[in-house]
Design a protein around this ligand. Structure first.
Ligand SMILES: Nc1nc2c(c(=O)[nH]1)N[C@H]1C(S)=C(S)[C@@H](COP(=O)(O)O)O[C@H]1N2
Ligand SMILES: [Mo]
Length: 338
């Protein structure tokens, strides 16, 4: 399998970022190599050019420590022109998170009410080692990695976002799946008191928001559970404290604020498929050749953009990750399994 996993000393970030960001970022990673650099350093990162306008987070100490020990292991987008990291303001201000409303600005406005500490996740189903696990216990056995990925929404806009997280495969292995485990099913929190979108009586989603992956997709090294982005913990509107990131699939697969991970035998019915199965499938692989019934998927609007420059670029097969993931779908009719 061809995965471009860089060593911490082998930086490719100049490929994806303006030079000022690259330089300050290199300082950050240099410090990381020494480890023990700890919290003071991660504070400095926030203040550096790398992440200007990234507000200070409020992560618990264990998470700050894990973030400060992050390893550089990115599968980077490679087009130096188009694949620039989106400003934090765009990544945290233009969101889909229907639990907080349907407007792109609703999540940033209203997700502050979400209580993310303490947090626990139920791991259950076809496993020998399940149970309710505190987020800290779920995440700390794994090495944190930074992954700069494209995120391509089914609505035909996209961004490049630097995530911090752990391979989903780590969590699955520790759960010790039985031989009946064929899929992984995820659920988001349900709490109408904290999530005002769930109080609305005309919501099209039947809560909880549900997503699913085939086992080999879930175990794929590109698939991560993110706990942070831009060198800090996740803002609530991006799915704090724990969200899935599957970069070769449409954004709706990357379920936010996860409270349950179930290993199951049957293919899960994900929320968007439940709403409109003729428009949104289970696989949802980014595919410029298979249009949405109501719009083309051949191009995308890459953020940041403006009224004067829509910054329209070609959409790539599997969102540009075909070398890594195409073999998962060998022999499948991707028009049928959209
Ligand atoms: N629970 C939940 N997860 C969700 C959504 C949602 O409405 N609820 N929206 C999805 C969609 S459509 C997209 S494009 C991405 C957006 O992630 P971002 O806001 O971090 O860019 O989150 C996905 N995860
Ligand atoms: Mo989306």
């Amino acid at each position: 399998m061809l995965i471009k996993i860089a060593k911490p000393s082998d930086l490719h970030e100049s490929d994806v970022t303006p030079e000022s960001i690259y330089l300050s970022r290199r300082r950050f990673m240099g410090g990381m190599a020494g480890l023990g650099a700890g919290l003071a350093l991660s504070r400095r990162v926030h203040a550096s050019d790398a992440y200007t306008d990234v507000p200070e987070g409020n992560a618990p100490p264990w998470l700050q420590e894990k973030i400060s020990e992050t390893e550089w292991r990115s599968v980077t987008p490679t087009d130096p022109d188009k694949d620039r990291i989106a400003p934090f303001d765009d990544a945290s201000g233009y969101n889909n998170f229907f639990e907080f409303g349907t407007d792109k600005r609703d999540p940033a406005r209203h997700a502050g009410s979400l209580q993310t500490q303490p947090w626990s996740v139920v791991v259950d189903g076809e496993v020998n080692n399940g149970g309710r696990i505190a987020l800290e216990d779920l995440a700390t056995p794994s090495q944190f990695e930074e992954r700069i990925y494209r995120l391509r929404c089914v609505e035909a806009w996209s961004m490049v976002i630097p995530w911090l997280g752990i391979p989903l495969a780590d969590i699955i292995r520790r759960a010790e799946p039985t031989s009946n485990a064929k899929y992984v099913r995820f659920e988001t929190l349900v709490d109408p008191e904290q999530m005002r979108g769930q109080r609305s009586s005309f919501s099209i989603i039947e809560w909880p928001y549900v997503e699913g992956l085939r086992m080999d997709e879930a175990m794929h090294p590109l698939t991560i559970l993110a706990l942070g982005m831009y060198g800090r913990e996740l803002p609530n509107q991006n799915g704090a404290p724990l969200r899935l990131v599957v970069p070769w699939k449409y954004g709706f697969k990357s379920i936010k604020s996860i409270v349950r991970i179930s290993l199951v035998e049957e293919q899960p019915l994900n929320s968007w498929q439940q709403i409109a199965a003729d428009e949104y499938g289970f696989y949802a692989n980014v595919n410029p050749e298979v249009d949405h019934p109501r719009w083309s998927q051949a191009t995308e609007r890459r953020l940041p953009n403006s009224l004067f420059n829509t910054n329209t670029i070609d959409t790539l097969m599997f969102n540009g990750y075909a070398d890594e993931v195409a073999e998962l779908y060998a022999g499948m009719d991707l028009r049928k399994h959209y």
